[in-house]
Design a protein around this ligand. Structure first.
Ligand code: URA
Length: 254
């Protein structure tokens, strides 16, 4: 049985104090503030980005720069605010000059992410971009191939859907990517109504809409807790409600 609400909040708080004091990789020497993550400790929907950037490092909060503003707009397009979801990153400390996370940094930091997932027990973990997607799926298939296709999996005893989408920072300056990001985002409300426990698990029939597409980023990262390869679940059948699409259109996301 999962721990009681108060216990989860206390455990998450303790974990975040641990992250703020972490010296597990060299990034602790250059960071201003660690960025554990924030949001609803009981959120059904969790986002996992790559690593804090300049503004996040200054404030100790995830996604507070330009990419974060886009994430806020995307959330609003499906009727959510950031305090109704949980937002975290693969790395909790900023890499110098926003360079790519290194394998030793990922290895040192990911136990924190697995523990956050174990405590929050989200139904859907939305991975933003290649780094988070490859880490959580345990697969080298890049975001260009797998975006918008939910994958049923289990992480630290929590059955959930992984839902890879483009990173908002990548979409900021690429209109075509922004369109696809808005479309993928608009499928989230329906996915949140589906039960990952009933999805059939890793043995569920795999279905990819984009097998033929090239992988935009062949960079690879080590995987851990998805103890079994994530299986692609059937994508939600119907398109999002027109109200959602309308809102997204007004925001210029399509
Ligand atoms: N990009 C990320 O991946 N994470 C943040 O917190 C901010 C920008």
């Amino acid at each position: 049985m999962p721990p009681a609400t108060d216990d989860i909040v206390a455990a998450l708080k303790a974990l975040h104090h641990e992250i703020e004091a972490c010296t597990g990789c060299p990034l602790h020497e250059s960071r201003t503030k660690a960025v554990p993550g924030e949001g609803d400790p009981h959120a059904d929907l969790m986002f996992v980005g790559e690593a804090p950037g300049y503004h996040e490092d200054q404030q100790g909060r995830p996604f507070v720069g330009q990419a974060g503003k886009l994430l806020d707009r995307l959330l609003a397009s499906i009727g959510l605010t950031r305090d109704q979801v949980f937002i975290a990153n693969v790395l909790k400390s900023r890499p110098p000059n926003n360079r790519d996370p290194q394998p030793d940094e990922i290895a040192a930091c990911t136990p924190y992410l697995w523990r956050q997932i174990e405590l929050i027990r989200p139904k859907v973990v939305c991975t933003l971009g290649n780094h988070a997607t490859k880490l959580l799926t345990g697969s080298q298939r890049g975001i260009t191939k797998v975006h918008g296709v939910p994958q049923a999996t289990e992480i630290n005893g929590v059955r959930l859907y992984l839902y890879p989408i483009f990173h908002p920072a990548a979409a900021l300056y690429t209109p075509s990517m922004l369109t696809v990001l808005g479309q993928d985002f608009a499928r989230l409300p329906q996915l949140l109504t589906q039960s990952p426990a009933a999805a059939g698990g890793p043995e569920a029939a795999a279905e990819s809409r984009r097998d033929a597409e090239p992988d935009a980023d062949p960079g690879a990262k080590p995987a851990s807790p998805p103890t079994e390869p994530a299986a692609e679940a059937a994508a939600p059948e119907s398109r999002p409600a027109s109200a959602t699409e309308g809102a997204a259109e007004q925001l210029g996301l399509f």
